[in-house]
Design a protein around this ligand. Structure first.
Ligand code: MG
Length: 451
């Protein structure tokens, strides 16, 4: 665990999340509103996902912001990347009430900076300090903020995506969409229809009880989407997590496209014929290196967490590098020409563009990827630092990367061993070209751990 993560007490990698009515209360969210309203001035956009607790918590957030003199513009229900896009273009900051992929009993807050990125560790620690010490700049009666609502602005986000593909209006694909009863119900079917697709939906009505599936778009939860793909003869199916910053796919046969393979296909599209850089955390598949070699691009690695990827992309761009693509191997992908955050709606649109241009099916494109096999495991421990040191020592003769935990790099395989940010276990990822290679390195590491 690195320093900033240790210092953050309430916020995790992507905002605060907790169970509603227990740790997640209107008091807490109003405090976050007052802390944010004390740090950022001007026009603040707020929004929420479809959770049942959204209106109660969003009202508390707005109360805190207004009481500190901020003018609040309520966007209603919308995907997190839609709010991020609108903040970047029109507002001084933003906040969204969401618990992303967590189950329905959770809710939380993501804080968005004026450039559309999630608040970084340093500023989040300052926000927490204000919250814990109740250091709020409440204003007098003449200076309290005003509240307006602009739910129609979601249309600007949809247009920003469809207008990025001006030649895609007659794609003619049939596609199946599973927004999981989340805010993407209001965006992805519309985006794909405007790109000339015939769209069928499942879990297409916003519903904070999530009657069809949980907000995490797991292969198990997407069986109904696979069936819809097959029964409608769709070219692909796309599903989102609870705030639609991630998108995952099933191919035309209804088979789940593993998220690292999704990353590789999108990377190939984003980098083809261009010189530049791809940014991803150390947990991403070695497919990223294979595609980088094929396209002649450079890979820059970061700590695990989309905010680190987004900030590194911005930083490299500011230093004059041509940053083409970024994201994580979990369906959270960043297309920097549009915005520097994960964007599920944009990812769905790019898939249409890829299939149209490659003139191959999704299963064919996946089969063309280099062979690879990944093992993921959890190691329970109460002394993560000691275990980490042991692995570092025992594998000292390998090429080690300590950006986040320890990554062991070999010719055709790699492993990442890192502490979970929040729970008493370590995550172990091992990958090689085939299952035998992956097992070999996995067993080597397990021998070290078990000794
Ligand atoms: Mg999410």
């Amino acid at each position: 665990m690195t320093e900033p993560e240790k210092q953050k007490k309430l916020f995790g990698t992507n905002g605060v999340r907790a169970v509603v009515g227990k740790e997640m209360t209107p008091e807490l969210v109003m405090g976050i509103g007052m802390a944010l309203g004390s740090m950022r001035k001007g026009k603040i956009a707020v929004g929420m996902d479809t959770r049942t607790s959204g209106p109660a918590l969003c009202s508390a957030l707005k109360a805190g912001l207004l009481a500190c003199g901020c003018d609040v513009v309520d966007m209603g229900v919308l995907p997190t990347p839609a709010l991020q896009y609108l903040v970047k273009n029109h507002f001084d900051a933003g906040a969204v009430i969401t618990a992303s992929h967590n189950p329905p009993e959770y809710n939380g807050v993501k804080v968005i900076e004026g450039d559309g990125t999630e608040m970084d560790d340093e500023q989040t620690i300052k926000l927490e300090e204000r919250l814990f010490s109740k250091d709020f700049n409440l204003v007098d009666w003449e200076n309290v903020g005003t509240e307006t609502s602009s739910p129609e602005m979601i249309g600007e986000y949809i247009h920003s995506i469809t207008s990025a593909f001006p030649d895609s209006t007659e794609t003619g694909f049939t596609v199946a969409v599973d927004p999981g009863s989340g805010p993407a119900c209001l965006t992805t079917p519309d985006i794909l229809t405007k790109l000339g697709c015939r769209v069928h939906t499942i879990n297409g009505q916003t519903d904070g009880r999530f009657p069809g599936r949980l907000p995490e778009p797991s292969p198990e939860g997407l069986k109904a989407l696979s069936e819809l793909v097959i029964s409608t003869g769709a070219a692909f199916g796309v599903a989102h997590d609870g705030d639609a910053d991630r998108a995952v796919f099933v191919d035309e046969n209804g088979d789940f496209l593993e998220e690292n393979e999704e990353f590789a296909l999108m990377q190939r599209f984003a980098c083809k014929g261009k010189r530049g850089t791809v940014v991803t955390p150390v947990s991403t598949s070695q497919l990223v290196e294979a595609i980088a070699a094929e396209t002649g691009t450079r890979v820059e690695y970061t700590r695990v967490g989309s905010i680190y990827v987004a900030r590194k992309m911005l930083e490299l761009s500011e230093n004059g590098e041509n940053v083409l693509f970024g994201g994580e191997g979990n369906g959270g992908l960043i297309f920097p020409a549009h915005q520097h955050c994960r964007d599920g709606g944009m990812t769905a649109a790019v898939m249409v563009h890829i299939l149209k241009n490659e003139k191959k099916t999704l299963s064919e494109l996946r089969k063309e990827l280099p062979s690879h096999h990944m093992i993921k495991d959890k190691i329970f421990t109460t002394d993560a630092p000691a275990l980490l040191e042991k692995v570092k020592t025992d594998f000292a003769s390998d090429r080690l990367d300590t950006t986040d935990g320890v990554r062991i790099n070999r010719e055709k395989s790699w492993a990442l061993f890192r502490p979970s940010g929040t729970e008493p276990f370590m995550r172990l990822y091992v990958e090689a070209e085939n299952i035998e290679g992956a097992k070999l390195l996995y067993n080597e590491i397990m021998n070290t751990i078990n000794n």
